[in-house]
Design a protein around this ligand. Structure first.
Ligand code: C5P
Length: 403
């Protein structure tokens, strides 16, 4: 059967992109019914949306006169997915607080369908602690909040806050609709409402504008875990060092380069129900030179190294420490002894220890041991995505033991 989208268009200059989105949704064989907020109506007209969707457009709580025929409950129940695009800072705040003071916010509170919010706003509004808090709350509530794009903004500033391109929004809509449990917020996959934070990949520590210190981490294991957790319904924030991998469906990816940027991104993504630190973080950073270091005769330049923060150990001491904190330990010898020592030293709950003496880094398989205060579980050598699924099952058991 044709999928039905309820599109709530908020107020912002990005509202014009909702018009293109309607065209793409219909081209993909879905129907779309629009609700335009008062703010949205400052940017585009109900007539535009009605013409593009070939459906009546709703603007006010009070224009739904016949409750029996098309009350606000029914409007949201008829849809397979509710999409808020653009989702302004104000709409996100009202959704997070459960405020129902307009047709749009009433529908959002009354719906039992999955909701996808596509934020667009000024970079400072997006970065504001209040918006961060609201987005974190919405993710905990099971709402998918897309990560805005970076770039020049209509207001003349530059940064994160631009509406993602309509093609990317359509891809996210199709992903939400194809999820096995996406038809209702009532039938929930096991990690629905859980926010899980993952680090993956290497870090790059600059030496000068063209050189950096790196390591062989490919990011494959961390990305596989992020994908498996998203499939289990979690809201996943993936803080990623530089890797050549595409973002798994449904995962919010935050790109960083250095260990210090990674730590800041991890803290900014809190609170989380669980955190899995898979990244191979550089232990040291160099004093970065502003200019390319030139060769001087045969004498190599001195490289002064400074210790990087330990993100995992810092998170274990953080006031918002996730309830389940998992570290990785890449070892080439005495794997279990080192892993047990690391469990205590870092203050985490589990250590996933792996032998990296072979071709694990960059390879497709991994053989791991799960070390916790309850003992050690050793798994056979498995493809990295199978390790990810097994670890996800263990996490489900720890976070949602009833399911
Ligand atoms: O101390 P070691 O690097 O072996 O510890 C590995 C674990 O600690 C991994 O989970 C890794 O992501 C994390 N780590 C970190 N910050 C560092 C170094 C390691 O979060 N600076």
């Amino acid at each position: 059967m044709e999928k039905r989208i309820l599109l709530i268009v908020g107020g912002g200059i990005a509202a014009y992109k909702a018009c293109e989105l309607i065209r793409l949704i219909r081209k993909a064989g879905m129907t779309v019914r629009c609700v335009l907020t008062d703010g949205g109506a400052q940017f585009i007209t109900p007539m535009t949306l009605a013409a593009l969707s070939e459906q009546p457009v709703h603007t006010s709580l009070w224009d739904l006169k016949d409750e029996a025929e098309m009350g606000h409950i029914q409007l949201s129940r008829e849809a397979d997915l509710v999409v808020v695009c653009p989702a302004t800072a104000d709409l996100l705040a009202k959704m997070a607080a459960g405020i129902a003071d307009s047709l749009a916010t009433t529908l959002l509170l009354a719906t039992d369908k999955p909701v996808l919010a596509v934020p667009a706003m000024n970079v400072r509004m997006w970065d504001h602690a209040a918006t961060r808090r609201n987005v974190a709350q919405l993710r905990v509530d099971g709402i998918t909040v897309m990560q805005p794009d970076q770039g020049p903004m209509a207001c003349g500033e530059f940064g994160e806050g631009r509406l993602p391109e309509p093609e990317a929004i359509l891809a996210e809509i199709e992903r939400r609709l194809s999820q096995p449990f996406a038809s209702s917020m009532i039938e929930k996959p096991p990690l629905t409402g859980k926010h899980i934070l993952i680090t993956a990949g290497p870090t790059h520590e600059p030496i000068d504008p063209v050189r950096y210190i790196a390591n062989r981490s490919s990011g494959k294991q961390g990305y596989a875990i992020a994908a498996a957790l998203a499939q289990a319904g979690a809201n996943v924030s993936l803080v990623s060092g530089p890797v050549a991998l595409s973002t798994p469906p449904g995962v919010t990816r935050i790109d960083v380069e250095t260990a210090r940027e990674m730590q800041a991104a991890v803290y900014a993504a809190l609170p989380a129900d669980a955190a899995i630190m898979v990244a191979a973080v550089a232990d040291w950073r160099a004093e970065a030179n502003g200019q390319k270091i030139k060769k001087k005769g045969n004498t190599p330049p001195p490289l002064t190294l400074t210790e990087n923060p330990d993100i995992l150990a810092g998170l274990a001491q953080h006031p918002q420490r996730p309830g389940l904190l998992i570290g990785f330990a890449a070892e080439t010898e005495n794997i279990l002894d080192h892993a047990r020592a690391k469990l205590a030293r870092k203050g985490c709950d589990w250590i996933v220890a792996n032998d990296v003496s072979g071709d694990v880094m960059g390879g497709e398989t991994n053989s791991v041991h799960i070390v916790s205060k309850d003992g050690t579980e050793s798994w056979e050598k498995l493809p990295k995505d199978a390790v990810a699924r097994k670890l996800t099952e263990k996490i489900i058991h720890a976070l949602a033991p009833a399911s």
